[in-house]
Design a protein around this ligand. Structure first.
Ligand code: DHB
Ligand code: FE
Length: 289
């Protein structure tokens, strides 16, 4: 275990940030969706945000020293590749709330910067992990249904999460490419059984620009331990969510403000580092235009 910690903790904010930036730049759907934003909308949103900044400057009597600190910091966020991290920690939760407020089914949560599409399909329910993967084992059972209660027999659950040291494969060194990332098709009745481990709480990198802000403001850098999922089924809205563990000290003060009570699991301790948990998903049918 210490051998893994030594290797994985060699990761840097620039390493994780650069990868997250590149991954986003390769997300064709995200870029495609913005090309038709009307001029009026850009005018309104950009003007409001700039006005908010100007109001803060006037009300707080911001000095040139503070203005230059901001300029230097913004330049550093870009240099460290940390724009995805910054936005996903401090802005995405509000966007997610707005995007899903009409839903009757499952609550969602932020995607964060570390999703990678096309993780290996695990028909046997076992997420890829190292032979000696550290951490408690968890067997997770559940079912995917529509809001009317009918099982979604063509659903799939994409799962990705940190290891028991708090690091994500592909964004920190030392883990195999698809470690703790998998795609799980449901069975004929919409049910699934997934075998994975319990992740550790996650600390956003402290050695980059976001870490500097956190230290300068006297905040903490923690997210509670969490599992990331994307649950999809034909004719239904994609659900992006995170699941949390009861009793985590950061459930109430997540730096990314992404915890919702409906997303806290109820895992059962089976002894010897083995856990079971039951949690299913309810997807909203796509609204016909
Ligand atoms: C960040 C990391 C996460 O694992 C997450 O779920 C949300 C945000 C981040 O570092 O920005
Ligand atoms: Fe995460």
């Amino acid at each position: 275990m210490s051998q893994y910690l030594e290797e994985e903790s060699k990761g840097t904010a620039v390493g994780a940030g650069t990868k997250a930036t590149e991954n986003f730049q390769h997300d064709k759907a995200a870029y495609e969706a913005v090309k038709d934003v009307p001029k009026e909308r850009v005018d309104k949103l950009a003007s409001r945000i700039i006005n908010e900044i100007n109001n803060t400057v006037r009300e707080e009597k911001v000095t040139y020293a503070e203005y230059n600190a901001l300029k230097a910091w913004l330049i550093q966020v870009g240099a460290d590749g940390e724009w995805p991290l910054f936005l996903d920690v401090w802005v995405e939760h509000a966007v997610e709330d707005v995007a899903t407020e009409h839903r009757e089914g499952n609550k969602g949560s932020i995607e964060g910067p570390y999703y990678v599409p096309n993780a290996p399909v695990c028909a046997d329910g076992k997420i890829p992990m190292r032979d000696d993967e550290p951490g408690d084992r968890m067997t997770w059972t559940g079912k995917v249904t529509s809001t009317d209660g009918s099982p979604l027999t063509d659903a799939k659950v994409e799962l990705w999460h940190a290891d028991s040291l708090g690091f994500y494969s592909q964004f920190a060194p030392g883990q195999p490419e698809w470690n703790l990332r998998g795609t799980f098709p449901v069975k004929e009745d919409g049910s699934f059984e997934i075998h994975t481990i319990k992740p550790a709480p996650y600390m956003i990198p402290t050695d980059g620009a976001c870490g500097k802000l956190i230290a300068a403001a006297g905040w903490h850098a923690w997210r509670p331990a969490h599992l990331h999922v994307k649950v999809s089924a034909p004719g239904h809205e994609l659900l992006t969510a995170q699941l949390y563990f009861p009793g985590d000290e950061h459930n109430d003060d997540d730096i990314a403000s992404a915890v919702k009570p409906e997303l806290i699991l109820d895992p059962q301790d089976q002894g010897n580092g083995q856990w079971t948990v039951e949690y299913g998903f309810v997807l909203d049918p796509e609204k016909k235009a």
